[in-house]
Design a protein around this ligand. Structure first.
Ligand code: ADP
Ligand code: MG
Length: 527
């Protein structure tokens, strides 16, 4: 914001350039800086990212304050107003309309973006980035894009600020200003598009009012409103972590119920391998966590068209094996081949692109997002449209295809009546089924299911077994981790039994059931 404001102020005052030209110069410079900062700081996560942005805020304040050409701490004045067809927008009222036009455009673009293929991925970034990677999202790239977009919005506001106040000085862009904006975002609700407007309006009005009231009340002047803001924020965070936007949304009348997405031309499908072809080949895989060997010298093979069960007591290394296959973890040793090609050492998104899709033992849905959007995220790699197309709504044809496909998969697993429910509201068993629908949405060649029947009722388990058999008949191969022996034995073609990371036995269900070593491990282990 500061960089754009100063760029525009310097170019218009010292060189007489039109503000409309400096807008682009300011945004270009902002974009360049944001990309540089983004590549450096986005590797940091959580608090470190926040702390480093505060550091940048402090640094830029002193840079502005110490440069002669920027007027040092007194800043630059006589910045010209923006003019439109020779009409200078030099009163508050005229600027007001310009500011609102820009704000509304930004809000609409943000809403369009969040309601798209990229938007679903963006909403998964914060808490579900491992899952997003497993469905082909380039999370590092997407974080940079989000950072860049936020910087460009800040740049536009810096430009508006300079030409509305007609004056720029360092204090407008220091850490305190940054904290003000943080308050606005938190109070309004950072995860809601309208939260920004609510937070900014409320805090600005409140500040005006307190500025008048507090000196009278306390008989002295000072920035006491900041204390009130602090207390307010604490109270608010206790009451509503998501800020005021959801509270306001509840006051509005509910819109019409959303209709089931319309049918659309189907997305292209992947060519499935011939039945019986060797699909997955694990050779001497090894994975250690510190001193603990989670997967030890494990080899097995699976053919296309097969349902292979991977069973073993708790902690045997089954989920770890899934993580090795999907690239979430890197094997210490050994090789994993998919359709003849090495896939260990490949990033998750590349493995996903080959048609290996998974569900997670610990359900990995974006809880606040609808079942439909969660499942549509599975089809991320089947779409192409990016962020700019989404903001401009040039992605509607593809989006209709993605949503129609997601709807079909949700109906296929029997959750058609829950399309628009937030995924986090469903019982845990059904959330697992949503995960299966999401995996199906990716048009998988190999489906990895980590304890899909856990938490399901008897009838639901039977329906799930029925669905998995039908999938196999349609050519999808399934690698299944499951604890419910009855469920496994009646479903799988073959079993691999793990214990302490090692292969204990391998064979047909009947032979496994009577294998003494397996019986021993299970009696000594779970259930
Ligand atoms: P399973 O899925 O068969 O129940 P896991 O593969 O989850 O077993 O775990 C195998 C072993 O590896 C367990 O002892 C577990 O505690 C350990 N483990 C799994 N993931 C990690 C990790 N990220 N860091 C350290 N230890 C882990
Ligand atoms: Mg597990």
């Amino acid at each position: 914001m500061g960089l754009a404001a100063y760029t525009s102020a310097v170019l218009t005052t010292a060189y007489g350039v039109s503000p409309w030209v400096t807008l682009f110069a300011a945004l270009a410079l902002t974009a360049a800086l944001a990309l540089t900062l983004g590549f450096i700081t986005l590797r940091l996560s959580g608090h470190y990212l926040a702390i480093s942005t505060i550091a940048w805020g402090i640094a830029i304040y002193f840079v502005f304050g110490n440069l002669e050409i920027l007027g040092r701490y007194s800043g630059l004045d006589n910045v010209p107003p923006v003019s439109l067809f020779g009409w200078a927008l030099d009163t508050g009222r005229e600027s007001y309309y310009l500011i609102w036009i820009m704000t509304l455009s930004a809000l609409i673009a943000a809403r369009n973006l969040l309601d798209s293929r990229s938007g679903r991925a963006i909403r998964a970034l914060r808490f579900r980035s491992v899952m997003a990677e497993s469905y082909g999202v380039d999370t590092a790239m997407l974080k940079i894009i989000v950072f860049l977009y936020a910087a460009l919005l800040a740049g536009v506001s810096g430009w508006l600020y300079a030409h509305y106040l007609r004056f720029v000085a360092p204090h407008g862009f220091g850490v305190n200003a940054g904290i003000d904006y943080l308050f606005m975002a938190v109070v309004g609700g950072a995860s809601h598009v309208w939260g920004a407007v609510i937070g900014a309006s409320l805090l600005t009005l409140l500040r005006e009012w307190l500025n008048e009231l507090l000196p009278k009340l306390l008989q002295r002047t000072g920035n006491y409103e900041i204390v009130v803001f602090g207390v307010l924020m604490m109270l608010l965070l206790h009451r509503t972590r998501d800020g005021l936007a959801p509270v306001f949304a509840r006051l509005l009348p509910a819109g019409p119920a959303r209709a089931r997405p319309a049918e659309a031309p189907p997305l292209p499908r992947r060519e499935q391998p011939r039945s019986g072809e060797v699909l997955l080949e694990v050779r001497a895989a090894q994975k250690q966590f510190g001193g603990l060997v989670a997967v030890s010298n494990l080899s097995f093979e699976m053919k296309s068209g097969e349902i292979l069960g991977l069973i073993g007591p708790n902690g045997a290394g089954k989920s770890t094996m899934f993580n090795l296959i999907t690239g979430v973890l890197r094997a210490d040793d050994g090789a994993i081949r998919f359709r003849g090609e090495r896939i260990d050492r490949r990033p998750p998104k590349e493995i996903a692109a080959r048609g290996i899709c998974r569900t997670f033992q610990h359900v990995n849905l974006v809880s606040a997002m609808s079942v439909l959007d969660n499942v549509a995220l599975g089809a991320h790699l089947r779409g192409r449209r990016g962020t700019v197309a989404a903001m401009l709504r040039r992605d509607r044809a593809e989006e209709a295809q993605l949503l129609a496909e997601a709807t079909r998969q949700i109906e296929r697993v029997g959750l058609g009546s829950h399309l628009f429910e937030p995924a986090g509201n469903l019982p845990l068993g059904q959330q697992r089924v949503v995960e299966i629908a999401r995996a199906l949405c990716a048009d998988p060649v190999l489906l990895l299911l980590d304890e899909p029947a856990a938490g399901l009722r008897y009838g639901e388990k039977r329906a799930l077994a029925e669905l998995l058999r039908r999938l196999r008949d349609e050519g999808v191969s399934i690698l299944l981790v499951e604890h419910d022996m009855e469920f496994v034995m009646r479903l799988v073609d073959r079993l691999v039994v793990l214990d302490f990371g090692e292969k204990l036995a391998e064979g047909l269900p009947l032979a496994i059931q009577t294998n003494p070593a397996v019986v021993e491990a299970y009696l000594g282990g779970i259930e």
